[in-house]
Design a binder for this molecule. Structure first.
Ligand code: ATP
Ligand code: MG
Length: 399
């Protein structure tokens, strides 16, 4: 376990400023920047593309590749602590940063989450204590692996072992021949074949662990995906039973402890039609399904990220309002009738009770691209759901 010493804390200071760093310039980095700045920190971002959501908000932007040794040294020297906003940050870069600054989460934990096979092996090992197994699966790195596949893995989903997100790098397969074809289409990169499971619904659990080993866990989020992309998150989840919630939270606390993790971790689970839990994957960073915490919880996932990396006390995870979070994809910027560009009806959206709009400052909308989200909070879940349904209607989203 990591040493706990309160005197290690990095408190915000003005002269000289206390800087926190983040690898990656996307929307998760941007929301982290906002939260850390609100606490009085200065924030530096490292990202190869100058025009990026986090860069527009940051106090300093290092425009450089994620493996640029010079830029990594500069970021590490500037900052007391560095975190990441995307899981595919090269683990080697995090190790390099660790020579200069406190890095949370550490390279070792991030590298487990970067590889589906390593992740599943880790989950299987955790299952002794967490009681929750991953889906039945097999590693695929050659035709011989495909020939040896057991029949009961079909129908299945072939997923690239690395670099998958938002359902990219996945193919549904019904036979060995289809696995061969999909494997060829994926350029024979290492893959995992997972059995397709009968999902009743999907949940995710956000946990935060400090450098002293203390961990907290948020309420369960119930998620709906469309086309492999998160569509909405509802908390409390209408389908989530107290037993399911307790089991998923306990499993997540086991997982975060066994990883010796510092920071915000999100673990995705499937709930099957018989009520049993299966662990899907984890993200070593704040997560899209945790965006509701900004408007509905005492402490947001991004404020927790800043607290954990600065070795400050973790915040209260209590949810004060029921919430529904709806992702706003680039599709909304095109008219359904003729595909012409349009600006969504923000004034009407903002007129709905309990609407909290978050746009990420991206100026080139594309279909399927996450442009922002809106979280509806209300005193009852039914009310938040109603307002979200009204938002879908006026934005032209099929609820
Ligand atoms: P993201 O990073 O956006 O969470 P991803 O590309 O890493 O997504 P997964 O989370 O593995 O992909 O899968 C995306 C979605 O596909 C899941 O949320 C689920 O709806 C469906 N899915 C994945 N694996 C299975 C499975 N074994 N059985 C049934 N459905 C599955
Ligand atoms: Mg997923």
């Amino acid at each position: 376990m990591t040493q706990s010493d309160p005197s290690d804390s990095f408190v915000p200071a003005a002269h000289p400023s206390t800087w926190l760093g983040v690898m990656g310039g996307g929307q998760l980095g941007r929301m982290f920047v906002h939260a850390a700045q609100a606490m009085g920190f200065k924030v530096a971002v490292l990202e190869p593309i100058a025009d990026c959501p986090a860069g527009h908000a940051a106090d300093h932007l290092h425009v450089a590749g994620y493996t640029d040794a010079h830029a990594l040294a500069a970021l590490g020297q500037q900052c007391v602590a560095v975190t990441t906003e995307f899981e595919n940050v090269p683990a080697q870069s995090l190790s390099q940063l660790a020579q200069h600054a406190f890095v949370a989460p550490a390279a070792a934990a991030v590298s487990v989450a970067q590889d589906r096979m390593a992740e599943k092996t880790f989950f299987t090992r955790c299952a002794e204590r967490s009681g929750v197994m991953p889906a039945p699966h097999q590693m695929i790195s050659s035709q011989a692996d495909i020939d040896a596949l057991p029949d009961d893995l079909f129908p299945g989903i072939l997923k690239t072992a690395r670099m998958g997100y938002d359902g990219k790098g996945q193919a549904r397969v019904r036979s060995r021949a289809e696995v061969s074809a999909a494997f060829a289409q994926m350029q024979h990169v290492p893959c995992v074949l997972e059995k397709m499971l009968p999902l009743a619904y999907e949940i995710s659990v956000l946990a935060v662990r400090g450098a002293d080993g203390e961990a907290v866990v948020y309420p369960i989020a119930e998620n709906v995906h469309r086309g492999g992309i998160l569509f909405s998150t509802t908390v409390p989840g209408p389908n989530v039973t107290p037993d399911c919630a307790a089991q998923a939270q306990a499993a997540t606390l086991q997982i975060i402890a066994q990883l010796d993790y510092v920071g915000v971790l999100c673990v995705e689970f499937f709930v099957l039609s018989d009520g049993s839990l299966v662990v899907n994957e984890m993200a070593p960073r704040p997560h899209n399904s945790g965006h509701y915490t900004i408007d509905a919880c005492v402490t947001s996932q991004f404020a927790q990220q800043a607290r954990a990396m600065a070795k400050l006390p973790l915040g209260d995870v209590r949810q004060h309002s029921p919430a529904v979070m709806l992702n706003l994809l680039g599709d909304l910027w095109f008219k359904a009738e003729d595909d012409q560009p349009r600006e969504p009806a923000w004034e009407k959206l903002l007129a709905l009770p309990g609407a909290n709009l978050h746009l990420y400052g991206k100026d080139d909308p594309r279909r399927g691209r996450k442009m922002g989200h809106v979280t509806f909070v209300a005193s009852t879940l039914a009310e938040a759901q109603q307002n979200c349904a009204a938002a879908c209607h006026l934005l032209g989203i099929t609820a």
